[in-house]
Design a protein around this ligand. Structure first.
Ligand SMILES: Nc1ncnc2c1ncn2[C@@H]1O[C@H](COP(=O)(O)OP(=O)(O)OP(=O)(O)O)[C@@H](O)[C@H]1O
Ligand SMILES: Nc1ncnc2c1ncn2[C@@H]1O[C@H](COP(=O)(O)OP(=O)(O)OP(=O)(O)O)[C@@H](O)[C@H]1O
Length: 584
């Protein structure tokens, strides 16, 4: 159904092609998963199928790509629309109408389907993706995950024979991701739809794939094969495969269920051992240790709700680089970097947050989890004054965010938004980084070094618009981290990041936490939360329904447990690295 004949794509003045030597056949009715490190050319390869590359992105395509016999170089995306449905990494870029229902109908309208058919398919899709309650809503007012569901729904309604999906579950909560994958599998099995999908969170998808296409490095020809075969040697692999490789299981399990069947042996070896975990208090805070007050873990919900802002104790916070003093370093900080008390926030007609009491202590990393639309981004927005409380209060560094000037507030708190593009305004990576250094009063080169540390291979001269998703996120993270705000907020910080980049992000954030920074991440990435968070807070429908140490909260939850916890339960292991450490 899809064929690549010796395809290469070179962008503008890039020295080397983004993809090269790609020979590939995707048979009709298969679900093929495209994997590989960040920036390796996955989106480029997908774009060559939908025709976006090179028609919209520029660059030169050599060789031949055909879909259902149509050459994508001579057919514009519009001329492929009846055949190929595409969901890109940034759903907002694709929306053409204003409301959910219109968007679901749009693709069918342009194909001229009968009104009764359209009506029925819109209803089906609203139900299928849990969008019925949002049908009249302006798309601009939806949460990130709600938007991603609309984007997926809008390509399903015309029933294309080929679906090209770029990280389609990146903004979805774990349950929604499973539902979407079940729908895709049904289309593949029942209707013979062909699906080509790129995804970083392999733990979510690899067990559904008929074939895996691995791009091992930029411009390197793909490796194609059965999922278990490719996973055995792939540089990117999910925790279940990591555990399988560690335990020497052959063939490698791809699902939690398969791994559980193999697990008795490793469970026996682990019996009597326990994971080494450092809480925020036990962590080595190095030079700053003495200045960080105790009792800042805030794991006790009742006190978390009722405790005042904690201005009793003030703590000097040093820039993470050590001696260099800068704005925030001179600011005196309360023991709790952020406190909300019975916080209520309205968005439109909805109460997005209700009675939320949460504290974030110095040195603490908190993962905010919960279904799409639960209010996670709203809470982060409240911390930076982008939304006002309708009731209750929010204090950050002792200040009321929405009444504090941005200049003053940035000394206390920095936010990496869900869409990193919102943060970037310069024309090149180098200029963006220079501006970030200047804004933060950091040494020239600080931001650029961080980008390289998170993701090697990002070029100075590239326009942020032309970066891959993961590269852009690494840049946005670096821009905010350069300011080293005492409180660091990250909204879904792993979209587009490969496992290695995620691991490096974990190291950087752990280092900041040790130096006394408080970190709050809103995330659907249960594996990231397991690696990084001291504490997990679960929001449901605007209310806190759980708040406690990570292991306590996630292990008991089928939705939020990481793979290793599911495989080794009832033992308390969360990550492959914990198991590796224990077996050493
Ligand atoms: N329009 C463009 N102009 C110039 N360079 C581009 C353009 N689009 C992508 N690139 C570059 O091509 C390379 C591959 O990007 P691509 O988006 O295909 O990677 P990816 O594997 O999808 O990455 P990610 O996993 O981060 O989404 C990157 O180095 C990127 O900077
Ligand atoms: N401007 C608005 N008007 C009406 N409702 C809104 C508006 N902005 C957000 N909402 C609603 O508020 C609720 C909370 O949204 P929020 O973005 O905080 O959710 P979230 O937990 O971050 O979700 P996701 O995981 O999908 O990112 C959602 O139901 C959303 O649709």
């Amino acid at each position: 159904m899809i064929r690549f004949d010796n395809v290469s794509v070179t962008y503008g003045d890039a020295a080397a092609p983004a993809i090269s030597g790609v020979d590939l056949t995707v048979p009709e009715g298969e679900l093929v998963l495209l994997v590989g490190p960040s920036g390796v050319g996955k989106s480029t390869l997908l774009g060559a199928v939908s025709g976006l590359v090179p028609h919209f992105t520029g660059g030169t395509l050599r060789g031949r790509v055909t879909v259902g016999g149509r050459d994508t170089r001579t057919h514009k995306p519009r001329e492929l629309a009846d055949l190929v449905g595409t969901v890109g990494q940034d759903p907002l870029a694709h929306f053409v109408t204003d409301t959910v229902e219109d968007e679901l109908a749009y693709g069918m309208e342009s194909l001229g389907l009968a009104p009764e058919v359209m009506r029925r398919r819109v209803e089906d899709t609203l139900d299928l993706l849990g969008l019925a309650e949002l049908r009249d809503r302006p798309i601009a007012t939806l949460s990130g995950g709600q938007q991603q569901r609309v984007a997926i729904g809008s390509v399903l309604t015309p029933h294309p024979r080929v679906l090209v999906l770029d990280e389609p579950t990146s903004a979805l909560d774990p349950a929604a991701a499973e539902e979407v994958l079940a729908v895709l599998q049904r289309l593949v099995h029942d209707l013979g739809t062909t699906v080509l999908m790129a995804e970083h969170r392999l733990e979510r998808v690899v067990q559904y794939a008929d074939q895996v296409v691995l791009l091992p490095g930029p411009g390197v020809a793909p490796v194609v094969g059965e999922p278990a075969e490719v996973m055995a040697a792939s540089p990117v692999y999910p925790p279940v495969v990591g555990l399988g490789r560690l335990a020497g299981w052959d063939p490698l399990p791809l699902s939690v269920r398969d791994a559980r069947r193999r697990a008795p042996g490793i469970r026996e070896r682990l019996a009597g051992l326990s994971p080494t975990r450092t809480g925020p208090e036990e962590g080595d805070r190095g030079a700053d240790r003495a200045s960080v007050p105790d009792g800042s873990s805030g794991t006790d919900r009742s006190s978390a709700t009722d405790r005042p802002s904690g201005r009793r104790t003030f703590m000097p916070l040093r820039g993470a680089s050590g001696g260099r003093e800068r704005g925030s370093a001179q600011a005196e900080l309360p023991e709790h970097l952020a406190v909300t008390t019975r916080l209520g926030v309205r968005r439109g007609r909805a109460e997005a947050l209700r009675g939320v009491g949460i504290t974030v202590g110095a040195g603490e990393t908190v993962a905010l989890m919960g279904r799409n639309g639960a209010g996670k981004s709203t809470l982060l927005s409240a911390f930076v004054g982008m939304v006002e409380p309708a009731s209750g209060s929010v204090l950050v560094g002792g200040l009321t965010p929405h009444r504090t000037s941005p200049r003053e507030l940035v000394r206390q708190v920095g936010l990496v938004p869900q869409e990193p593009r919102d943060l970037l305004y310069a024309d090149t990576v180098a200029a963006e980084c220079a501006a970030a250094d200047a804004d933060a009063g950091a040494e020239p080169g600080s931001c650029r070094a961080l980008v390289g540390e998170l993701l090697p291979g990002v070029r100075d001269a590239t326009h942020p618009r032309d970066l891959s998703e993961g590269q852009r996120l690494a840049l946005a993270l670096a821009v905010v981290l350069t300011g080293r705000p005492p409180l660091l907020l990250l909204d879904e910080p792993t979209r587009g990041l490969d496992y290695a980049a995620k691991a490096r992000l974990v190291v950087v954030l752990q280092g900041l936490a040790r130096k006394g920074h408080g970190i709050v991440l809103a995330t659907h990435d249960v594996e990231l939360a397991a690696e990084l968070a001291h504490r997990v807070v679960i929001l449901a429908d605007g209310e806190i329904v759980a708040d406690g140490p990570t292991a306590d909260v996630v292990v008991s939850s089928p939705a939020f447990a990481p793979q290793v916890a599911k495989i080794l339960a009832p033992q308390p292991w969360l990550t492959v690295s914990e198991v590796r450490e224990a077996l050493r």
